[in-house]
Design a protein around this ligand. Sequence first.
Ligand code: 6R9
Length: 779
Amino acid sequence: MSYYSYKQFFRVVFWVSWILMLRWTLQVTSSQISATTSLSLRSGLETLRRRFRITTFGLRRGGCGRRHYFGMTTGEAATASPRQSFASSDHLRHVESMAQLPSGAGKISHLNAVILGETLASEENDLVFPSQDFSRQALVSSPEQYRKMYERSIQDPAGFWSEIASQFYWKEKWDPEVYNENIDVRKGTVKFEWFKGASTNISYNALDRNIEAGNGGKVAIYWEGNEPGDDEQLTYAELLEKVCQLANYLKHVGVRKGAAVVIYLPMLMELLISMLACARIGAVHSVVFAGFSAESLAQRIIDCKPKVVITCNAVRRGPKAIHLKDIVDSAINESVKSGVPVGLCLTFENQSAMKREDTKWQEGRDVWWQDVVPQFPTKCAVEWVDAEDPLFLLYTSGSTGKPKGVLHTTGGYMVYTATTFKYAFDHKPSDIYWCTADCGWITGHSYVTYGPLLNGATVVVFEGAPNYPNSGRCWDIVDKYKVTLFYTAPTLVRSLMREGDEYVTRYHRKSLRVLGSVGEPINPSAWRWFYNVVGDSRCPISDTWWQTETGGFMITPLPGAWPQKPGSATFPFFGVQPVIVDEKGNEIEGECSGYLCIKKSWPGAFRTLYGDHERYQTTYFKPFAGYYFTGDGCSRDKDGYFWLTGRVDDVINVSGHRIGTAEVESALVSHPHCAEAAVVGVEHEIKGQSIYAFVSLVEGVSYSEGIRKSLILAVRNQIGAFAAPDKIHWAPALPKTRSGKIMRRILRKIASGQLDELGDTSTLADPNVVDQLIALSDC
Ligand code: 6R9
């Protein structure tokens, strides 16, 4: 290019920029004017001030929200962080297109619009918009598109879901009804059925179908071991071969359709292989989180009486080796004592954690995976099952000491997990997806294994700990595999946030497109850190609310469709009708708080509690007749956004793990020195909630550090380390009503130090108990 053409070129660039700047300034100003006229002068000025600050200093980071879950957000200082200057009027386009909110809850006022990452006084007024580029390429790219699809899913569930279901392979189609339900206990037994009469296989749909579509060579799993550099990968074709070999072996040892198989494995590829192999032959898997103790494992084995237990000899988590086989041995001994023998323990040799020769072995019962499975053929015919045949059991905590065996069936679960995964993460074939959850929990079932593989996704599976060898490990993995969709739990976000930005910013993270959160409410300051620091204010966050029971996402953002509010799970997924009810079970409209219920069945819903349909009805369908009761509190703001506020029953959510207070209490009272125990949850900066136990000792035993430790050990042994109480509060007696009911409300206040909010204690049988407890607070 000659000197003259350079000059010409720069002249054009100069004028174009000038015109663009002028246009932009006019746009911002006019929007401010129209917005401020409709609202009070004060808030109008506040907005102008805010906007001015942004244009001067760039984006601000941090939160100062009023709504808070963990006491972390109130009054937090907003630190100036000129990460990105205000460069687009993206949000204005969205605000225009959001004349009506997706829920039909009304109009959004212009003043609610904020630029990505800006700090506002209240999260309820924050709207964080996806960029124009993101929305343009998204599967659901506008509120209108969502609303259309949502309305169709509600008005014509059969049509909506059968159209989606047709994208899967069915050996026989459902006929004639797509679904059949009774959600109302007053009208008889509760029953949900989807695609009944159809036959299919989820393993076939997750593997063979993708291979037949030409994706056999695509990576299905990138496996990253505990030690950096220890990795493996499997294509879809290779994964299918491994699944078939195990499926053939299981058939060989007599596992038939409908038989239960317990899987007690860490995040090895063999865990996914085992789930898919069971599904291939119609066996029902029951994965038990490999952090559960021998007693918890035994309880689950006794309940479902498996023919085979699949495990490995040991696992490394961070610098520690955990001997899983020893735990399985004691669990099986325990189950034998209860009359439930286990004939076969298939053990994978996890060489990086423990050598074969160091593993305790029981001849006749124990078999090394590597010795038998690879000898079986790499092809295995599929067992076609009815859509309503059971796929898996997963035990979860409830209000009583006995865990509930949540049972999911095949067809509806398949369609639902695949669809929710696709839309909530805006999944595209080129994405690399990583969910940090363990397959021992529902998130690992639905969104490590089934949902992603059904979509032909490439999944990262990580065996190790997120802070090993240091707190940058997650971002190291993100860069290594070019992860585009990253799904994790607020507890991990908070713990990494505490370690400082530097661990994050030293990595590129350029590949990231969508972030996700699950397990508990994400407090706005953690949301913002996740959004601004991890996602460079570029990636929408799908804060997915759902449960073991729901099988898949129920209330979740669709990342390209509408603006998010930090800490809100936003709006319902297709086909889901959430309602908020008061104590009497009356639906409340508009802006409100109450109990979250669901009005109609959805394909992914659990069908029963294993062996106890009565408990299923009593726990979930009787509290508010006519609805499924979630056990969660919820509020809806003026714009129709849903805000989950935590459990309203006796379930504590520690680091996203559900733990029943009754389970911990029963572990404590099993200690010979414990007379009585009452457990409550208290807010915890990292874990969301932590376990706080009030313990009365038997007569004549005095408080000591030794007893405190052995009480905590009792819980670790009976449930698992993740359920260990953070605090044992000695209690000469517990506050009880005259009818003998423990008043947990008072215990909660004492545990969280809110002594001036104890409320009326006069109804207690002995009000002096409260003073005694307060006096022992620091012991
Ligand atoms: C998927 C899962 C379910 C309970 C649920 C609720 C809490 C999960 C949440 C959330 C607020 C979210 N929960 N996701 N609360 N926002 N995005 O965690 O299943 O282990 O059965 O726990 O977790 O309290 O009722 P599960």
